[in-house]
Design a protein around this ligand. Structure first.
Ligand SMILES: Nc1ncnc2c1ncn2[C@@H]1O[C@H](COP(=O)(O)OP(=O)(O)OP(=O)(O)O)[C@@H](O)[C@H]1O
Ligand SMILES: [Mg+2]
Length: 216
């Protein structure tokens, strides 16, 4: 087993999320106890990993600041520490930008070398799915990554601010597109098969708690 510290160093977790753990994810009051249920589902996911037959990932859906990225980071840290599983964190918009930049003639990295770890890692967090303005190229890249990981039976944890149509009815405020509109119907459908959907509803933690921590 690779030492957990080695795995943590290689996982590419952004500094801002370095302190995020499942243990310090507070159970905040939320509609339908969705934040508490999300935390329970995350802990269960870690306990049960690896799944015996067909593996599935998680799709964390919800508005800004409800703690999707925190929970995703907490899950992979626990998998690395407790089970020695190689994990990787990637912000999807950032990855796409790096791929675009790699097309420049002076760039040293190629699309392949950027994508290889994303395709191959055992557990991947793909943060902010759908955040990029949809274009054919963006959709093609989404489908390439998803289809590869799907066919290799690899686990992916996605976070997204976009919701499905049926949930839109309750929270139309501020939501202009559905996830399917951002990544395409076919990819949304594939995600239903690849992932258990966890919908998180609640207040923006940054506004509710983080603001109060600024002392002047
Ligand atoms: N339940 C919670 N307990 C403790 N800290 C939390 C909780 N929810 C959010 N936070 C903290 O609030 C900040 C925002 O959370 P996070 O970045 O995970 O939100 P998000 O849902 O990913 O938002 P966005 O959609 O904007 O990416 C982070 O610093 C995170 O650690
Ligand atoms: Mg986030």
């Amino acid at each position: 087993m690779v030492r957990p510290n080695r795995l943590l160093e290689a996982a590419n977790i952004p500094l801002r999320y370095a302190r995020c753990e499942l243990e310090n994810f507070d159970v905040m009051p939320s509609p339908d106890r969705s934040i508490e249920k999300a935390k329970i589902a995350a802990e269960k996911f870690v306990d049960e990993y690896p799944m015996p037959r067909v593996s599935f990932g998680l799709l964390l859906m919800g508005p800004q600041g409800v703690g999707k990225t925190h929970l995703a980071v907490g899950i992979i840290k626990a998998l690395m520490r407790q089970k020695g599983i190689p994990c990787l964190f990637r912000s999807f918009p950032e990855l796409l930008k790096e791929i675009q930049n790699s097309y420049s003639p002076i760039s040293q990295s190629s699309e392949f070398s950027l994508l290889a770890p994303v395709l191959d890692t055992e557990v991947l967090v793909l943060d902010e799915l759908g955040a990029q303005t949809p274009s054919t190229w963006v959709r093609d890249t989404v489908s390439y990554v998803l289809n590869y990981r799907y066919s290799e039976n690899k686990v992916t944890i996605f976070t997204t601010n976009y919701q499905d149509k049926d949930e839109l009815a309750d929270s139309r405020k501020g939501v202009t597109y559905t996830l399917a509109e951002r990544i395409g119907d076919q990819m949304r459908s594939r995600l239903f098969e690849m992932c258990k959907t966890i919908t998180m509803a609640g207040n923006d933690f940054r506004k509710a708690v983080k603001q109060a921590e600024h002392h002047f």
